[in-house]
Design a protein around this ligand. Structure first.
Ligand SMILES: [Zn+2]
Length: 427
C-alpha cells in the first residue's frame, strides 16, 4: 500500500467548494480522505509532505498546448494538458487520435488529451470524421492555427459538436483581414515598418460565430483572446444565454505590442500582443467571469527558427514552465481575482470545457485518481528559460523575477515533481 499524507496545507478545491487548512490522504493512487479542521493521523509507513503555508490543489489543467509539452507541463504544476491538432500531419483521423493518446501514455508524464481537427487537413472545407474521433477519445474540436472561414462549414461543425456534446474551440482569425500581418496594427507597427494585424480580424469571427451559434447552442470557445473588443462580444453573447466562453494567455495579460520593438521575435505571437487598453479590458473580463479559462498556448520553436527576421520568424512562445506565477502577477498581484478563483480557472473550468471533469481531473474528489499540485504562493524565483524542461527557449519572460511556484505534483499518486524545501518523511 502506497500512502501519502499532505499535511497542513490550505486545500483549495473550487469544484467541491473547499478552501480551508487541512490534510489530504492518498492511498494507492486515489484520494482517500480530504479533511479540514481536525488532523488526519499519518498511517504507519505513509510519506508525509509538509504543506504549511502552501496551497494543495487539484492538478492544474491547460486546455491549449502544442506538441504535448508534457514534461514542461509537470514542471509548471500542470498534470493534464489538451494538445491542439495542428501537428504534421494534422490530427484529423481516428488513427492519429489513437497515436497521440498512446504516445502520451508511453511517455508517462502529464495526462495528454487530444483536441482533434474539425475539418480535413484543417482546411476548413470538409468535415473530419468528428463522431468517430470523438469515440476514439478526442475531447474537443478545433482547427487551431487556422480559422474556419466558411460560415456554412462553421455551422455544420457547431451542429456536429452540439450533437456530440463536445466543445468547439475557434482560432479566431479572419485570414483575409489579417493577410500578411505580423504584429498588432497600430503606431508601433507603423514605426517598425511591419504589416499590421487588426483586432477586427479576431472580433469579426467571434461575432459571426456567436451569431451562428444562437440557434444551435453548441459549446463554443474562443481561443487565446487578445482584444478587449472580443471580450465585450463574449460578454454580450453570454448574457443572452449563448453558451460561449473565452480563454486568455499569460502573454496577452502582461505584454503589449511595445515588446516587438527592436524586432524582438520572442514577442511575435498569434494573435498578436495588443495594447494597455486591451490588457485592462481582458482583466475586467476575467474579473466579471466573461473569460473563465486560462491557457498557455505553449508552442515550442527552436532558437534557430526564432532567430529569423521578424517577418519570417514563427509565431508563438513556450509557457507551461512559468505560467502559474505569470498569471499570479497579472491577476492576483493586480487585484483582479484572488488565488482561489485563479485556481478554479486552472482546474474546474478547463476540465469542464473539455468534458474531463471526473475521475481526478479538475477536482479533489474522494475515491478518484489522485492528481494533486502543491503551490507555494510566496516562493520567489527568477525565470531562466535555459532551465526549462522544454528543449525550446522561446520565452519573452526570461530573466523576470516572479512569485508563486508549483512545488510538488503527483498523477494517480505517482510523484512527478518535487521541489519541496523539506523532504517528505516516512511516518
Ligand atoms: Zn491558435
Amino acid at each position: 500500500m502506497f500512502v501519502t499524507l499532505f499535511r497542513k496545507g490550505r486545500i483549495i478545491d473550487p469544484a467541491n467548494g473547499i478552501d480551508a487548512e487541512g490534510d489530504l490522504l492518498v492511498v494507492d493512487g486515489r484520494i482517500a480522505e480530504v479533511r479540514t479542521g481536525r488532523r488526519i493521523d499519518a498511517p504507519a509507513g505513509a510519506r508525509v509532505v509538509e504543506c504549511g503555508g502552501m496551497f494543495v490543489t487539484p492538478g492544474l489543467v491547460d486546455p491549449h498546448v502544442h506538441q504535448t509539452g508534457a514534461a514542461s507541463a509537470i514542471n509548471g504544476g500542470f498534470t493534464t494538458v489538451c494538445c491542439m491538432p495542428n501537428t504534421n500531419p494534422a490530427i484529423d483521423t481516428v488513427p492519429t487520435v489513437r497515436f497521440v493518446r498512446q504516445a502520451a501514455r508511453d511517455a508517462a508524464l502529464a495526462r495528454v488529451f487530444v483536441v482533434a481537427a474539425a475539418t480535413v487537413g484543417r482546411k476548413g472545407e470538409q468535415l473530419a470524421p468528428m463522431a468517430a474521433m470523438s469515440r476514439a477519445g478526442a475531447v474537443a474540436f478545433s482547427d487551431d492555427g487556422e480559422c474556419i472561414m466558411n460560415p456554412l462549414v462553421m455551422r455544420r461543425v457547431l451542429e456536429t459538436c452540439k450533437s456530440l456534446g463536445k466543445t468547439f474551440m475557434q482560432h479566431c482569425q479572419d485570414h483575409q483581414l489579417s493577410e500578411g500581418g505580423v504584429m498588432n496594427e497600430g503606431p508601433v507597427a507603423t514605426r517598425l515598418g511591419l504589416l499590421g494585424w487588426p483586432r477586427e480580424a479576431e472580433e469579426i469571427i467571434i461575432e459571426r460565430d456567436a451569431c451562428l451559434n444562437r440557434s444551435i447552442g453548441a459549446r463554443y470557445h474562443a481561443q487565446h483572446v487578445s482584444s478587449g473588443g472580443s471580450a465585450a462580444i463574449l460578454r454580450r453573447a453570454r448574457a443572452a444565454g449563448n453558451p460561449v466562453s473565452g480563454e486568455v494567455s499569460p502573454h496577452h495579460l502582461l505584454l503589449t505590442d511595445d515588446a516587438c520593438d527592436g524586432y524582438d521575435t520572442q514577442a511575435k505571437m498569434n494573435p498578436p500582443l495588443r495594447t494597455k487598453q486591451d490588457i485592462a479590458q481582458l482583466k475586467e473580463a476575467v474579473a466579471d467571469g466573461t473569460i473563465d479559462v486560462l491557457a498557455t498556448d505553449h508552442a515550442p520553436h527552436t532558437a534557430a527558427e526564432k532567430a529569423r527576421d521578424f517577418a519570417s520568424a514563427p509565431f508563438g512562445i513556450i509557457g507551461l514552465d512559468c505560467a502559474l506565477p505569470l498569471y499570479a502577477k497579472a491577476l492576483v498581484d493586480d487585484g483582479v481575482i484572488g488565488w482561489p478563483r485563479m485556481i478554479e480557472l486552472l482546474t474546474r473550468t478547463p476540465a469542464e470545457l473539455c468534458g474531463l471533469r471526473g475521475d481526478g481531473i479538475g477536482a479533489l474528489d474522494v475515491g478518484s485518481k489522485a492528481d494533486v499540485t502543491v503551490i507555494d504562493p510566496n516562493h520567489e524565483w527568477t525565470i531562466r528559460a535555459d532551465e526549462f524542461a522544454s528543449k525550446s527557449r522561446n520565452c519573452p519572460f526570461d530573466g523576470w523575477t516572479v512569485r508563486g511556484r508549483a512545488m510538488y505534483a503527483m498523477i494517480s499518486g505517482r510523484t512527478l515533481l518535487d521541489r519541496m524545501p523539506v523532504a517528505a518523511q516516512t511516518a
